[in-house]
Every structure is written in C-alpha cells, then in structure tokens.
Design a protein around this ligand. Structure first.
Ligand code: OSB
Ligand code: MG
Length: 389
C-alpha cells in the first residue's frame, strides 16, 4: 500500500470524573484521532500525548509537527508491504514515540482490515485469549473514604484489581485504609508516576505490609539506576512504565534489576512493532507484562486489547470498560466489562471497532485532511515556516 490521505481529528471527550495523578488533573480526554486512507480502506488509531508535557515530553503540538515534518515525509511515496516496515522507515526519527505510534498503529489497523483479519491475528496473539482480564486505575482521591468508596464500587462491578495513584503525603494512609476496607485478598497496586526519590525510601518501605502486587514507576521517568537500588531494598516488586521506551530499555532495566514487571503502552514505546519486542524481551527474562492505558477512547482501547492477546500479558491491564471513563465513547458498541472481570477482544477486521461518525464530528474541535503529495508531505523535510500549510 501507499498512504494516500491522512485525516486528523482533535477530539475533546469529557471524562465522567476528574482523573488526578501525581503530575496533574485531567477533566477531559483530548487526543488526535488519526485515520490513514489507501485503496478505499481506512485504518484508525489515536495518539496518547496530552496538552502539556507532564507524563513525558510529548504534546499534541509536538505530535502534529512531527507527523508533518518527519513522520509523513518518510512514509509518503513509499510502497509499504507489511506494517513492520513502518517502524524501520521511521527509525531515523529520534524520540517522538507517541507521534510515531499513532501513525504506525493506524497502518496496522489498515493492513488487518485489508486482509479481513482481526488485528490480534496479525500481531501473533493467542486465539485462546479472547477475553482479557482487566483492572482499574483510580486517580488520587480527596480523602481515604472516597478512595474506599471508589474501590468498592469498581470491585462490585467485577474489576480484578485496583491500581491506586499515589504521591508524597497521599500514599501510606489512604492505601492502608483501602487495604483494611477490602480485605487481604483483593489485588492492589500503586502508581507514583515518578513522584518519589531514593531518599523517600522509608515512606516506600512503609507500604510493604500492605501486600501490594507491585509499585509502578516510583522514581524519575528517565531513571533505571536508582530504581535498581530501590529494588534491592524493597520487597514490593517494581514495575516500570515511563522509563521503558524501547525493547533496549526493557533489556537494560531487567538486566540491571530495575524492575521485575513492565507496563506496556503502545504509544509510549512507538507502536505495535516495538511493543511486541518489549513483550518478547520481558518473556525471555521471565518478567510478566501487562497493558497500561492513557485514558484512551474506544479506538486506542481496541488496539490495547488486541496487543494484550500476546502470551506474556500475564497480569490484569488498565484497559477498563468505556463507562469507567466516558458517558459516550467514540465507538459503537462501547466496551463493556464481562461479569468475570474481562473485556472481550473485538472479532471483526482490524481493531474490530469503528468510530461513530456523528460522535466523532460532535467531539472534534479541529479537523485536517492531509493529501499525500502536497508540498509538505512527500516533498521531503520542509525548510520554511513550519506553521504554513
Ligand atoms: O501512569 O499509567 C499511568 C493515565 C494517564 C497517564 C498515565 C497513566 C494513566 C493511568 C490510567 O494510570 C490508565 C487508564 O485507565 O487508561
Ligand atoms: Mg503508570
């Protein structure tokens, strides 16, 4: 295939409730919905950067310019025979993994649709994994009572594990209260989004009696050395999120002992091809992985579920049902939680879900249609004013 057209919709979908992490609070999910068109077939994905560079350094704006100046010029005019080729064509582009991922994922969806196969098959997933066990990620709550109420409500709905966002000062007390409220058997973990330093080790050790499954990304987003030092002192297994950006990062982290578990986010690592390699490296090190999330709409959620069919996704993911986030999702039908705490992997061609046109229009605040072949795509890297198009 050769890419003929790329459509971008900047979407702002209200969240049911504010989502607070150690780095900020989101009240709306904003994302670029990316559609790649060729031969009358459309491939869909969404990007996972945010307005500000708080989770990592990418933003909606950096993605836009990276697509325009670096990613699409390298794909335009190329005959792409397999989705794996995209990762190789984009290899010269440093960083900007969320930008690369959104286009690469849309092309994976395009190929799966063109072959009338579900994406999981193209990715090499396991046919027996048609239902993916999922948990829920609970943002920082104003009080321990509100955390307990949220946790109990999600368990009641059937979620299999609770992930609790923490930050200094809102860690040991709320987690202890939650553990007491739900009893010893519920799977609980914590995610710090880089809010601690090695000198906070006494606080982190105070979490040890709570029987947490793991502690996610406690230290700096680009660190492995201090995580390895912490791992030697802490009985709670460390899981890395932000710090794993590639299969090479995964290898180094596991060899250093910086983590025992990896949270894989397709966007963070630059697409399905890299995500699969991260999965394979972890499997070789006997380290389980699970699929993280970035509050995606149903489009990104579908991609996440297909990836989760690979065999080393051994722990419940953050890929919760649509109604955990939104009153209305972009796709039909929305993802629903099965009674056994799983989400069903869609079986249709590609990601198996398609955006609802009316809702995509209604929640889109900005639309662009880029025809490959125009000056700024396919014409090499532009040298002039990058904002003129
Ligand atoms: O660190 O996993 C994270 C959401 C936004 C940014 C970072 C993270 C998260 C989540 C939510 O934890 C996971 C989800 O429900 O999609
Ligand atoms: Mg995380």
């Amino acid at each position: 295939m050769q890419i003929e057209h790329v459509e971008l919709d900047f979407v702002q979908l209200p969240l049911k409730a504010p989502f607070q992490t150690s780095f900020g609070t989101d009240v709306v999910k904003s994302t670029w919905v990316v559609t790649v068109l060729a031969e009358g077939i459309r491939g869909y994905a969404e990007s996972v950067a945010d307005v500000e560079p708080l989770y990592n350094e990418e933003t909606h704006a950096s993605e836009y310019f990276c697509w325009k100046n670096s990613v699409l010029p390298r794909l335009a005019g190329q005959e792409i025979d397999t989705p794996e080729q995209v990762d190789r064509l984009l290899e010269p582009v440093r960083g900007n993994r969320m930008a690369k991922a959104a286009i690469e994922m849309a092309i994976w969806d395009w190929f799966a649709r063109s072959q009338e196969l579900p994406l999981w098959k193209l990715l090499g997933g396991d046919a027996r994994r048609s239902r993916i066990p999922v948990g829920v990620s609970i943002g920082i709550q104003p009080s321990a009572n509100e955390l307990i109420a949220a946790g109990l409500a999600y368990l009641d709905q059937g979620y299999r594990r609770l992930k609790v966002k923490i930050k200094p000062g809102l860690d040991v007390a709320p987690l202890t209260a939650l553990r007491e409220a739900v009893g010893p058997d519920v799977l609980i973990m914590a995610d710090a989004n880089s809010a601690y330093q090695l000198r906070d080790i006494d606080t982190l050790k105070a979490l040890e009696p709570l029987n947490l499954m793991m502690l996610e990304q406690p230290l700096a987003e680009d660190d492995m050395i201090d995580h390895a030092a912490l791992a030697r002192e802490l009985t709670i297994p460390i899981c890395l999120d932000e710090a794993i950006r590639s299969d090479e990062d995964a290898r180094k982290a596991l060899e250093l002992g910086a983590c025992r578990i990896i949270n894989i986010k397709v966007g963070r690592v630059g697409g399905h091809s890299v995500a699969r390699r991260v999965h394979d490296v972890a499997a070789r090190h006997q380290a389980p992985v699970w699929c993280g999330g970035m509050l995606e709409t149903g489009i990104g959620r579908a991609h996440n579920l297909h990836l989760s069919t690979l065999p080393n996704f051994l722990l419940p993911g953050d890929t919760s049902a649509s109604d955990r986030y939104f009153a209305e999702d972009l796709i039909d039908p929305p993802f629903q939680l099965n009674a056994d705490g799983t989400l069903t992997v869609p079986t249709g061609p590609g990601i198996g879900v398609t955006p609802n046109t009316e809702r995509l229009k209604r929640f889109s605040t900005h639309h662009e249609s880029w025809q490959v072949g125009q000056r700024w795509i396919g014409g090499g890297i532009p040298h002039g004013d990058p904002t003129s198009f």
